[in-house]
Design a protein around this ligand. Structure first.
Ligand code: SF4
Length: 258
């Protein structure tokens, strides 16, 4: 019997990062602090969704979608807003040139899926699915960060395996290409997903769901340094280091005054 517990890439990814972080976000409702990169990522995704959902497409329309999607949350100051805005504009200039040259049909943008895996609901949203004139398909995941991944990281990416599963089992086609589109460099890195890789990814999702249902939330303190909650979490190792530095600073300030 299907349980109504929903597992998704975001949940699996949070749990694999640190099970206790999963608990903080999904049980204790801690909010991940919004920053410029998170907001910028949302803006870019929303712009492309609006642009590709429209009937007419031109570079001016793309920029109109960009302006309509823009929001200032998470940016530190006007200078940072200006820099990110221009980065996005440059990104879309290159994107539009490439888009005009592609011979693919864009079948779906922000396509949601809802499947059953084991006894769980398995959900997600795929950025884009294209169809080539020869009838083959490509699944595309947009990334907006500056650093491009190595081929190996794309090959091993769990999210892409989930998308390949959804295409096969929900939408009824086998994607010939699965790609990550690094918009900052206007570069795609392609991979393929074997049935074994897809099965392994789904087993990871089921195993994660089982662990969550069993409330196994052991902290993984090896990640504290790069965790959003390092200053709030009671298990944080980095908080102790930060506090130690704060104590040293306080001592230094105190000595300086004497
Ligand atoms: S601070 Fe460390 S232990 Fe706490 S949630 Fe983050 S990674 Fe896990």
């Amino acid at each position: 019997m299907r349980q109504d517990f929903k597992i998704s890439y975001s949940r699996v990814s949070a749990y694999l990062f640190c099970p206790y972080k999963y608990k903080l976000v999904y049980f204790d409702n801690f909010n991940i602090p919004v920053n410029a990169d998170i907001t910028f990522g949302h803006i870019i995704h929303k712009t492309l969704e609006q642009f590709h959902s429209g009937k007419e497409q031109s570079y001016d329309i793309l920029l109109d979608c960009y302006d309509a999607s823009w929001k200032n949350d998470g940016f530190s100051d006007p200078q940072q807003i200006f820099e990110y805005y221009n980065r996005g504009k440059q990104m879309f200039e290159n994107y539009y040139k490439s888009f005009c040259q592609t011979g693919t049909e864009i079948l779906y943008v922000e396509k949601a899926f809802d499947a059953n895996i084991g006894k769980y609901r398995f959900m997600g949203i795929i950025d884009r699915i294209d169809k080539y004139p020869d009838g083959t398909y490509e699944v595309i995941d947009y990334k907006t960060h500056v650093r491009i991944w190595e081929q190996e990281r794309v090959d091993k990416d769990l999210q892409l395996s989930f998308y390949a599963y959804a295409c096969k089992n929900v939408f009824g086609f086998n994607p010939n290409k699965v790609s990550v589109y690094f918009l900052s460099d206007n570069k795609k890195i392609y991979t393929k997903k074997s049935q074994t890789e897809i099965d392994d990814a789904i087993n990871t999702a089921i195993e994660t769901a089982e662990n969550i249902m069993a409330e196994n939330f052991s902290p993984d303190v090896s990640k504290c340094q790069i965790c959003d909650f390092r200053l709030k979490c009671s298990y944080s190792k980095d908080k102790i280091i930060t506090n130690r530095w704060q104590i040293k600073d306080t001592i230094r300030t105190y000595r300086g005054k004497k």
